[in-house]
Design a protein around this ligand. Structure first.
Ligand SMILES: NC(=O)c1ccc[n+]([C@@H]2O[C@H](COP(=O)([O-])OP(=O)(O)OC[C@H]3O[C@@H](n4cnc5c(N)ncnc54)[C@H](OP(=O)(O)O)[C@@H]3O)[C@@H](O)[C@H]2O)c1
Length: 194
């Protein structure tokens, strides 16, 4: 599958490497332009490309992997989501109050028309390489069953175990930063004293 990343930092890089290793193609983007990502994509391999934010947003699945404070500006560079799949991997770790909304409801407001899925945000990314070869659970929530199914298929191909939590609001409450599933894997690790 062709997967675009808005953001090319720690989270995007780790997922992009992992996805390419499992047969996906990726397009990474940032605010400074594709020229600044040449070395990064070369190091990932021929199935990784650098693009503009708009180009990344044209892929079959688009992953938002920027800091919470950068999300609004990053998404303002994309027009016409028209039913495309946007995966919100961000965490509002800023402490910014959300007026009783879940973080993904706010993100959905910046990407009108997108089929939004909240996913990839609860797992501390260092685990992905540390546990290579083992299946890790990734939670997802969203209101569009087909979008969730497509993402789940891509994640299964990449040897994750996707767990659908339901709608964007109900699942988002569990997945949001500080919620019960946020960093759960890390918590379990500490509790089990691995
Ligand atoms: N730490 C974890 O384990 C973990 C796990 C899951 C999710 N998350 C969440 O994932 C998100 C990304 O985290 P990170 O650690 O990867 O952050 P990061 O290393 O700071 O990377 C952020 C990326 O966003 C890009 N960016 C900033 N403004 C942009 C814009 N306007 N348009 C396009 N790209 C823009 C930055 O590049 P330029 O500045 O060059 O544009 C950079 O590549 C955060 O919300 C974080 O909370 C973290």
């Amino acid at each position: 599958m062709k997967i675009g990343f808005i953001g090319a930092g720690n989270v995007a890089e780790i997922y992009a490497r992992h996805f390419v290793r499992h047969g996906h193609e990726v397009v990474l983007s940032n605010s400074r332009g594709p020229g600044t990502l040449t070395e990064l994509v070369r190091s990932i391999g021929p199935n990784a490309k650098a693009g503009t934010v708009q180009e990344a947003a044209q892929q079959e699945i688009v992953i938002l992997a920027v800091g919470w404070q950068q999300a609004k500006k990053a998404l303002a560079n994309v027009s016409g989501w028209k039913g495309r799949i946007l995966v919100d991997a961000t965490n509002n770790s800023s402490g910014e109050p959300l007026g009783g909304k879940t973080a993904s409801e706010i993100i959905a407001g910046y990407a009108e028309g997108a089929r939004l899925v909240k996913a990839l945000n609860t797992l501390v990314v260092d685990w992905i390489e540390g546990f290579s070869g083992k299946k890790l659970v990734l939670f997802l929530s969203g209101d569009d069953a087909e979008a969730k199914q497509k993402l789940a298929g891509a994640l299964e191909q990449a040897k994750f175990t996707p767990v659908d939590l339901g709608g964007l609001v109900e699942g988002g409450k569990l997945q949001d930063f500080g919620g019960p599933l946020s960093g759960l894997h890390l918590d379990l690790l500490k509790r089990l004293e691995f």
